[in-house]
Design a protein around this ligand. Structure first.
Ligand code: CDP
Ligand code: CDP
Length: 212
């Protein structure tokens, strides 16, 4: 069973994907971390994320980096959205994600293009969304917790810029797959969002069983 969870920054897709992984006992891959690891490698080597060749060279990053807290910073998130627009970076990371999805018992992946590119035949697909202001408030609260003094306005404009870059790039733009169930978490608690996600997945699985 493959479950694809896509959506913009701070929509709640990671929280939902982790909860679904626990619920169904499936392995989970946060694919954003792969793009963040490429971006972190480029920044660490003082190279330019906008240069495709620099970013492609960084796709053979050291896996130990995936556990580094720095990957979760806004600086790396912003650079990740720049490196992820390069077609050669996306193709270099494609097989690794497809292999993860093809594990014998199934898998859950979250990102931007799971339902459209990585696992177009997924058994269930969710597109998680929330208003930009609500997503900015969530991200702002997370940043404050780790001692950042960045303003809410700044976080909101960064979120809008990242949405814009992710949605308008030529390859694998952020868009809901036509067969994805849309889950708006704007006014849902984490617990309600998880319950709703399980319901939506169950509905899709039941429909699939009926058809086969
Ligand atoms: O957690 P958040 O949504 O802020 O970001 P993320 O999922 O860690 O992704 C960081 C960046 O990687 C995104 O802004 C996208 O540009 C890119 N990304 C992508 O292009 N495709 C994916 N499947 C996952 C992430
Ligand atoms: O993975 P993504 O960037 O889409 O978002 P996330 O990391 O799952 O969630 C971003 C933040 O919003 C986290 O601090 C969550 O606890 C919070 N959140 C929330 O307040 N309400 C929800 N329904 C879902 C997430």
């Amino acid at each position: 069973m493959i479950i694809a969870v896509d959506g913009p920054a701070a929509s709640g897709k990671g929280t939902i994907a982790r909860a679904l992984a626990r619920h169904y006992g499936l392995p989970h891959l946060d694919t954003g971390l792969l793009y963040r690891a490429v971006a972190a490698t480029v920044l660490r080597d003082e190279l330019d994320p906008a240069q495709e060749a620099d970013a492609v060279a960084a796709t053979s990053f050291d896996d130990l980096l995936l556990a580094d807290e720095w990957l979760r910073s806004d600086e790396v998130g912003k650079a990740a959205s720049v490196v992820s627009a390069h077609p050669l970076v996306r193709s270099a990371l494609l097989q690794r994600q497809k292999r993860f999805a093809a594990q014998p018992n199934g898998a859950i992946l979250d990102g931007r293009d799971i339902g459209t590119v990585i696992a177009p035949d997924a058994d269930a697909k969710l597109f998680v969304k929330a208003t930009p202001m609500i997503r900015a408030r969530r991200r702002h609260a997370e940043l404050q917790k780790i001692g950042s003094t960045v303003s809410l306005d700044r976080v909101l404009s960064d979120i809008r810029a990242r949405d814009d870059r992710d949605s308008t790039r030529a390859q694998a733009p952020l868009v809901a797959a036509p067969d994805a169930a849309v889950l708006d978490t704007s006014f849902l608690s984490i617990e309600s969002a998880i319950l709703k996600a399980i319901q939506l997945v169950e509905t899709q699985l039941a429909r699939k069983r009926e058809l086969t």
